[in-house]
Design a binder for this molecule. Structure first.
Ligand code: NAP
Length: 312
C-alpha cells in the first residue's frame, strides 16, 4: 500500500497511509432516518397504518432516560407514532409482565422495547421472554436470536444491525476476510460473530471471537482484516496491535474526565483512534461512528414490524 509520510511520537513511528476512510455513522443514521421518513409520508398518502413504537422505562436512571428520550424523539421526527410507558422503580416483576402482556395484545402497537437494565428485583430474562417475538424490535427474544443464528429473517439487535448497515453502505468487502471480535456480550460481540460468519454480505468471514480469557490477544488482533472491538476499555487497542489496512469498528463508549471540554468529560472508544486510524483502511470514530446507528436500527426494525416483514 502506498505511504505518503510518517508521524512520529516519542517512542514509535506510525506510517500514515493516504486512504483511511472515516466511517460516518451520524451521516448514515440520518440518511436512513430520511429514507424511513419518506416511506412514512407515502404510507400517510395511501391512508396506511402509521408505524407505532412503544418504550417501557422502569425507574429513573439518567442514562436510560436519555436513551429512551432519544428513541421517542427520533420516532416523532420521522413521523412514527410513539408511546412512552413510564413505571416507578418499585414496579414488581408481575406488574411489568402485565404491562408487557398488554402491549403484546395492543393491535395498534407494532413493536416495543423494554429499556435495560431493569431494577435488580426484576428478572430481565423473564421479561424479554414475555415480549411477543413479532413485536421484539430490540431483537433480544431467544426466538429472534435463534432465527438470526439460522440466517432466517428476524429483528437484528440494534448495535449489530447498525454495524451491518455500515458495512453495507460503505460497501466494505468482507468475504474471505479474517474478522476478529473482542467482547462476547449478548448485545454486541456474540451476535456480531454470528452475523460476520454467515453466508451473506456482509459476512462470509472467518471469525475469531476473543474475550477476557483469550491468551495472547495481540496475536489475533494482528491477524485481523476486520477488527470489531466491544470491551469497554478506553483506548485498549493500539497501533502495534493491528496490521496495515485493517477495517476497525470501535463499539466501545466510555465517559472519561477531561480538562479540555466544557462539560468536564469526553467519550472515548476502545481504540486509540489517531494512531490506529493511521494504519486503518476504514475506521469508526467515537463518538459519531457506531453509536448513532442504534436508533436507525430500531426504526428500521419497527418499520419491518409494521409491514409484517418478519412474521405474518
Ligand atoms: P460487556 O458486557 O461490557 O462485556 C465486555 C466484554 O469484553 C466481555 O465479553 C469481556 O470478556 C471482554 N473483555 C473485557 N476485558 C477484556 C480484555 N482485557 N481482553 C479481551 N476481552 C475483554 O460488553 P458490551 O455490553 O458489548 O459493551 C462493550 C462496550 O461497548 C462498552 O463500552 C459499551 O458502553 C459499548 N457499547 C456501545 C454501544 C453503541 O451503541 N455504540 C452499544 C452497546 C455497547 P468476558 O466475557 O470474558 O468477561
Amino acid at each position: 500500500m502506498p505511504y505518503l509520510c510518517s508521524a512520529r511520537d516519542d517512542t514509535k513511528i506510525y506510517k500514515i497511509k493516504t486512504m483511511t476512510t472515516i466511517i460516518d455513522g451520524k451521516l448514515i443514521s440520518l440518511q436512513i432516518q430520511e429514507e424511513i421518513a419518506a416511506e412514512v409520508k407515502a404510507i400517510k398518502v395511501n391512508n396506511g397504518k402509521i408505524p407505532h413504537l412503544a418504550a417501557i422505562l422502569v425507574g429513573s436512571d439518567g442514562a436510560s432516560e436519555t436513551y429512551v428520550g432519544a428513541k421517542v424523539k427520533a420516532c416523532e421526527k420521522i413521523g412514527f407514532k410513539s408511546t412512552m410507558v413510564r413505571l416507578s422503580e418499585s414496579t414488581t416483576e408481575k406488574e411489568l409482565l402485565y404491562i408487557v402482556e398488554g402491549l403484546n395484545n395492543d393491535a395498534d402497537i407494532d413493536g416495543y422495547i423494554v429499556q435495560l437494565p431493569l431494577p435488580k428485583h426484576i428478572n430481565e430474562h423473564n421479561i424479554v421472554q414475555a415480549i411477543a417475538p413479532q413485536k421484539d424490535v430490540d431483537g433480544f427474544h431467544p426466538q429472534n436470536i435463534g432465527r438470526m443464528a439460522l440466517n432466517l429473517p428476524t429483528y437484528l439487535p440494534a448495535t449489530p444491525y447498525g454495524i451491518i448497515q455500515l458495512f453495507e453502505r460503505y460497501k466494505i468487502d468482507t468475504a474471505g476476510k479474517h474478522c476478529v471480535i473482542i467482547g462476547r456480550s449478548h448485545i454486541v460481540g456474540s451476535p456480531m460473530s454470528i452475523l460476520m460468519a454467515r453466508n451473506n454480505f456482509p459476512g462470509n468471514c472467518t471469525v475469531t471471537m476473543c474475550h477476557s480469557r483469550t491468551a495472547n490477544l495481540k496475536e489475533y488482533t494482528l491477524k485481523a482484516d476486520i477488527l470489531i472491538v466491544a470491551l469497554g476499555k478506553p483506548e485498549f487497542i493500539t497501533a502495534e496491535m493491528v496490521k496495515d489496512g485493517v477495517v476497525v469498528i470501535d463499539v466501545g463508549i466510555t465517559r472519561v474526565i477531561s480538562e479540555v471540554t466544557k462539560s468536564g468529560y469526553k467519550l472515548l472508544g476502545d481504540v486509540k483512534y489517531d494512531e490506529v486510524a493511521a494504519k486503518a483502511s476504514f475506521i469508526t470514530p467515537v463518538p459519531g461512528g457506531v453509536g448513532p446507528m442504534t436508533i436507525a436500527s430500531l426504526l428500521m426494525n419497527t418499520l419491518k414490524a409494521s409491514r409484517k416483514e418478519i412474521y405474518d
